[in-house]
Design a protein around this ligand. Structure first.
Ligand code: URA
Length: 185
């Protein structure tokens, strides 16, 4: 689907139970022409209310993380595995992820990023490897289908546990290095 059709299909989607409790479908933020794509898990309360990914507390931290490597929302594209808020911010169920994932494949096909950064375990399992272990494998690069991929801790995890932040700083520098290697900056 092209963008307009994808937007409309998502807005009207009733493929899983999350449609019953959502206020908004949360499709994307950032730049559709970007070469770096960040993928989170699913909308939280603020995202659901505003219809924009990463606008709550985790989003504020994500903006700070981007600024460390001289990026902002205009230099990347941001999406989630599921587009509707799971109640009480629980992990999206496998059935909900399966119902929603083709929209993300569609987004990736349209954006054609050179780099995908998974924010947290749930995205890494879908985009890198089903048995991905975030504590052991964050910051490690793999190239699949012509796209360089790595995972970093989810900003919500970094809000809960500040001791993980230095490792994430290193991972962000590695992202900047990869962008340089690929001639993106
Ligand atoms: N957490 C996510 O994974 N995605 C959002 O959009 C917001 C919080």
């Amino acid at each position: 689907m092209e963008w307009r059709e994808l937007e409309q299909t998502c807005r009207e989607c009733r493929a899983c139970e999350l449609c019953r409790t959502r206020h908004n479908v949360v499709l994307e933020a950032g730049n559709r022409e970007a070469v770096v794509m960040f993928i989170g898990e699913g909308p939280g309360e603020q995202e659901d209310l505003q219809g924009i990914p990463f606008v709550g507390p985790a989003g504020k931290l994500l903006d700070d993380m981007l600024s460390i490597i001289d990026m902002d929302r205009s230099s990347c594209y941001i999406a989630n595995i599921v587009k509707c808020r799971p109640p009480r911010n629980r992990d999206p169920l496998e059935t909900e992820q399966e119902a929603c994932i083709s929209y993300l494949w569609n987004q990736i096909a349209l954006v054609q990023p050179k780099i995908i950064v998974c924010l947290g375990r749930i995205a890494a399992k879908k985009l890198i490897r089903e048995d991905f272990r975030i504590t052991r494998e964050h910051g490690m690069w793999v190239e699949q289908e012509g796209i360089w991929r790595m995972a970093i801790y989810h900003p919500s995890a970094l809000l809960r546990d500040v001791t993980k932040r230095p490792e994430t700083f290193v991972d962000l520098l590695s992202l900047r290095d990869k962008m340089r290697q690929l001639g993106i900056v």
